[in-house]
Ligand binder design. Structure first.
Ligand code: IFM
Length: 452
């Protein structure tokens, strides 16, 4: 096994000068201020109230208090030497009760100030519209399982673009639709906490349609916009050489990866998966496939780990099981560490789908950080993880992948969904009691790397 702290030789100069470097965050995970500026309730506010949903019984009510401390956070991003900052827009700040006829000026003003702050610091704003914080009022009407949410999302995209589009040129419609659908509607691990596979597939379809229908609205408001979607993708391999495991790996890949990549690239939902789903397949309308396939300017990929899959008759929705590999290096989340898996994934996406441009919109790791008596955090494993994945990005470019940028997840430690504040992914440590920010060794490494 590679020494988890070993650093590869890698320099910024190994990438073309225009390669984009950034950090990512999301609204619910960092903002706090959930009762301020006229913000409405989100499905995550409600989900966190239910005991047992969040490991440490916390919520994003305060989080990193970014709602008030954003100038300091943008200073950190600037000082790292990044050229771009990926953030998300909390839908309930814009439409507090979900009703597109009742926008909230204070919410729009908050993001307007935030975007100005980015530009003042030389950070290119990359806005994600949906990073999971749906207005609770829309959930009360069925949320993503209700087709009406598609139109509400388009109205949200339209207003966000008309307000910010003079300054924001890069737009991501959705972050990780698999998580929205499966974690939120099939596994019950994320808001809204449903456990209904059929509902998850229907929600997923509406998310994809909303992506497609939002694109013309974004382009109409921002003619020079670059628009894409961000998927969480995994390289998948069979647990053994058996035909059963090979078929299981294909099924798993079908639902994890191809279910999104195929329709987005004009092929409709994969036939083998549709057959497998049978009566559980989502209801669709005639023009949906064309809408989902609306051409984009780039594909965003969030890469974290590969999966090894075995046949598991009678288990789960599609009779597959992700098996734990022994002797594999892992993060504190238990996620296998595999920079080479990232290269495999990027090459596969290129070979099978050939998107015009690819951005790694998230990549990062969680480890059990220890704050030293002098306040420093020597997170050598995260530092190595970052460096090794950046080296893998270089390898992918060398193999012909049109990879144009890399965003580290995350600028700050933050609210890690069902894990609460137990898991830290930041390049910057956040002391939640004092809200003090401290750049970790990983952040210092990224800064030094970026300063060449
Ligand atoms: O924190 C999340 C993020 O919101 C979406 N992608 C994965 C990250 C780490 O789990």
């Amino acid at each position: 096994m590679t020494d988890p702290a070993a650093l590869p030789v890698i320099r910024r100069g190994d990438f073309e000068p225009g390669f984009l470097w950034g950090c990512s965050t999301s609204s619910y995970q960092i903002e706090g201020g959930i009762h301020e500026g006229g913000r409405g309730e989100s499905i995550w506010d409600r989900f966190c109230e239910r005991p047992g949903n969040i490991r440490d019984f916390s919520s994003g009510a305060i989080a990193c208090d970014h709602y008030h401390r954003w100038p300091e956070d943008l200073d950190i991003a600037r000082d790292l030497g990044t050229g771009a900052y990926r953030f998300s827009i909390a839908w309930p700040r814009i439409f507090p009760d979900g009703n597109p006829a009742r926008p909230n000026r204070a919410g729009l003003d908050f993001y307007s100030r935030l975007v100005d702050g980015m530009l003042e610091r030389g950070l290119q704003p990359w806005a994600t519209l949906y990073h999971w914080d749906l207005p609770q009022a829309l959930q009360d009407k069925g949320g993503w399982t209700n087709r009406d949410t598609v139109g509400d999302f388009v109205a949200f995209a339209d207003l966000a673009a008309r307000t910010l589009g003079d300054r924001v040129k890069h737009w991501i419609t959705h972050n990780e639709p698999w998580c929205t659908a499966m974690l939120g509607h099939a596994e019950g691990a994320h808001a809204p906490g449903l456990r209904d596979f059929r509902a998850a597939l229907q929600a997923c379809h509406h998310v994809l349609v909303s992506h497609g229908l939002a694109i013309p609205a974004l382009r109409a408001a921002v003619p020079d916009a670059k628009v894409g979607i961000t998927l969480s993708l995994h390289p998948i391999s069979p647990a053994t050489a058996s035909a059963e495991d090979a078929a299981a790996a294909r099924r798993h890949d079908g639902l994890r990866n191809r279910w999104f990549l195929d329709p987005l690239h004009g092929r409709g939902y994969p036939e083998d998966v549709m057959e497998l789903l049978g009566h559980r397949a989502p209801n669709t309308q005639t023009r949906d496939a064309a809408a989902i396939a609306t051409p984009t300017d780039f594909l965003g990929i969030n890469y974290y780990f590969p999966e090894v899959v075995a046949d598991a008759p009678g288990e789960g929705a599609i009779a597959t099981r992700v098996v734990e590999q022994h002797g594999v290096e892992r993060t504190a989340f238990g996620w296998p560490v595999s920079p080479e898996g990232m290269v495999t994934l990027l090459e596969r996406v290129q070979r099978d789908y050939a998107p015009p441009r690819v951005y790694l919109t998230e990549n990062g790791s969680t480890y059990d950080d220890v704050v030293q008596p002098d306040g420093s955090i020597d997170d050598v494993q995260r530092r190595a993880y970052l460096a090794r994945h950046i080296a893998a990005a270089r390898d992918a470019v060398a193999r012909g992948v049109p990879l144009k940028g890399y965003f580290a997840w995350s600028l700050l430690d933050n609210f890690e969904w069902a894990e609460g504040y137990v898991r830290r992914f930041g390049l910057t440590h956040v002391d939640y009691a004092t809200q003090k920010r401290t750049l970790k060794a990983s952040g210092r490494w990224y800064r030094d790397f970026l300063h060449g």
